[in-house]
Design a protein around this ligand. Sequence first.
Ligand code: UDX
Length: 470
Amino acid sequence: MQKKVRITVVGSGYVGLVAAACFAEIGHDVICVDNDQSKIDALKGGACLIHEEFLPELLDRHRNGRLQFSANLAEATAGSDAIFIAVGTPQSDTGDADLSYVEAVASEIARHLTHYTVIVEKSTVPVYTNEWIRRTLERNGVERGMFDVVSNPEFLREGTAVRDFLHPDRIVVGSDKQEAADVLSAIYAPLTDGTYFDGESAIPGPLNTNTPAPILHTSTKSAEIIKHASNAFLALKISFINAVSNLCEATDANVEQVASGMGLDSRIGGRFLRPGIGYGGSCFPKDVAAFRSVADALGVDFSLLREVESINIEQQKRFLRKIRSALWTLRGKKLGVLGLAFKGGTDDIRDSPAIALIQMLIEEGCTVCAFDPAGMERAHAVLPVSATMSYAADAYEAAMEADALLILTDWDEFCDLDLNRIKLNLRYPTVLDGRNLFDPKTVSGAGLTYVSVGRPTAHPIREHAVKQTA
Ligand code: UDX
């Protein structure tokens, strides 16, 4: 029988809530703690709080059973073998991660520790954070033998976080003490030995594969660096293909063919080579900046990361220039926008390139009518309804009487749109697709001018766009 571990997860955001639900799912007793009592009340009352596939099912399955919610960290600490810190590490003005929430949690844990406990960094933190957590506990009078600090970074993508957790490419455990590493091995055993997948109600992996996950044991510092290095590398891949897509536009090559040709090389791999309007979200922009800042602080030249960031920002501006090229002038133009979330499959609008572009367009004098399948509620807070900003009930309404339709988020359901209906609704039949969701031939076949990213288009408007953006 698997060893049951008593776990506390501090933080009920994307990472904390998913981790808590998934630890309960693989058989452990979990308390998810948040100091926001209203969130705890909502979670106890049956709410899910975030848009995440399978999460409502897991919460319903384990709430009031193996998964409890509490605002009382003291009580949770006293009854736990492992405490995962999954609180926010927002970006400060300098680009550094602001670790004040992590420090506050570590201090509070210190005040209530009654027995040997493994403290686990789950939030994305810079290298050396484990030492700061250790020092914080010691400064608060906790004896060294009472705890260990372990780094166990998450690699969860929003929208597929539950599947990513239960079917990870790898589990990384960074620990400088065997006893602590053993606790983490016991926690993840149902995934690493595959017993979780024997359960009838197990959440299936992508393509229904149920392969046991490899676990990689490293030093604590290596694990901390693995997290930042992985996200920075993925961001680099995106900026790289975006720069290549600009080259394709300048030469009439097709970035999708180029990406396919590159991706078939197993050393490169085909994933994360989709060009677009730049990466966004709560992780990549923040993590690249934090990793760069760590390198700067250590005197290591990692200026490559600055280039990754500047290509990303330039990619948004380039799309704005494409819109301008297609419409000649922007002032007074009415634009339909499909997509507000930073990517499809989520309601998260944090650092969304779609939101940034809408703000630029409104500043340029456009009026925008937007639709997103999940992100509209959150978008209202940053883009309130006004004379220049409105929201539509569906994609067709967003296109109504617009001078052009912009596609800014890669929602699968946008691919199924009836292009003839879109054309009928638009005042001018122009679609600018920042996510390459359509085959250019299909869109132009429906009688629409179609401008996308890094791909040639038959319509003469493209020649104009390329000249202006080159
Ligand atoms: C990311 C990491 O993938 C995950 O491992 C980490 O733990 C958290 O950060 P997430 O932010 O949810 O996950 O989104 P992801 O799917 O990685 O996409 C990030 C951004 O890159 C999105 O804006 C997306 O649209 C963009 N992207 C992604 C591209 O522009 N092209 C691609 O090929 C892939």
